[in-house]
Write a protein that binds this ligand. Sequence first.
Ligand code: NAP
Length: 290
Amino acid sequence: MANIIITGCSSGIGFATAVMLAKNKHVVFATMRHPSQHQELQDIADNKNLPIIILPLDVTKDNSIKNAISQVLFYTDKIDVLVNNAGIGTLGSIEELPIEDFIEQMDTNFIGTVRCTKAVLPHMRKKKGGCIINISSVGGKLFNYFNAPYSASKAAVEAFSECLAMEVRPFGIRVAVVEPGVIDTPLQDKCKSRIGETSYPNLERSIAFFSAARDHHVPPEVVAETILQIVNGESATFRNPTGPDSKPLLGFRASMSDEDWIAGADIDDQTWISMMEGMQLDVRKYLTRL
Ligand code: NAP
């Protein structure tokens, strides 16, 4: 039984992970920005008698993190696991996205991870053990057009995690990275709402790719299962690609040179559609310009 803090539990992967870990007898401190607006997790915890304690935590606010950790340490004297899950997404061209979107993306996905990690490290180091699980993304290693703020933030999480793993290893603290492919959560709906008029026609391809991939309806429980295996010590790998499209997408990128990858921006719609259909992605219905 481990005491586990998870960020971003109001929906999606955080929500599913909180439920799965609690069902597997772990004590979960499920944190979210606005607990009063999200009653569902509390209801499940009550109805199924699950060890879930919901606490407010905004990863962009130092005081909020400090208060949450103090409250966790009021319930228990040991934090075994931190899951840095909270995240946002943005799709758009570098030229057209406001600088605020880049700042918010980095502040939430990357600096939020750094803040929460720094908040638990003194505790884990003194206890000589612990585990920090950072939710990255295939997008943290595969860099595609119109995904710059998100990919940059997740690439930063990847680099940070590897440095962290080496620094804390002497203290018995383990670090693992989870790299989901496209998972069916509210994340993409929140992304799309930011897209307005554009001078970049190929932005449609990015939206079509994510929409078609989401049609495969890979549930967030798939990621929760990977996190459970890491927590239970059943997976000892540092990087954990997760979901049916994760390894194929990373393999596809690794199979070509950087120059060929970038030149992929030149291919015509028909060739691009055929390539996507080769990956079982029915993008045609999402390309309005056809
Ligand atoms: P989601 O359902 O939108 O969940 C994101 C969670 O992060 C929500 O609980 C959201 O809370 C929370 N959050 C956002 N900003 C926050 C902040 N400042 N402080 C605290 N919490 C904050 O999306 P998801 O797909 O489950 O995403 C979870 C993680 O998986 C993210 O790191 C994401 O990048 C990663 N991921 C997702 C996919 C995918 O295809 N879905 C693929 C790869 C990686 P609010 O309700 O308050 O907004």
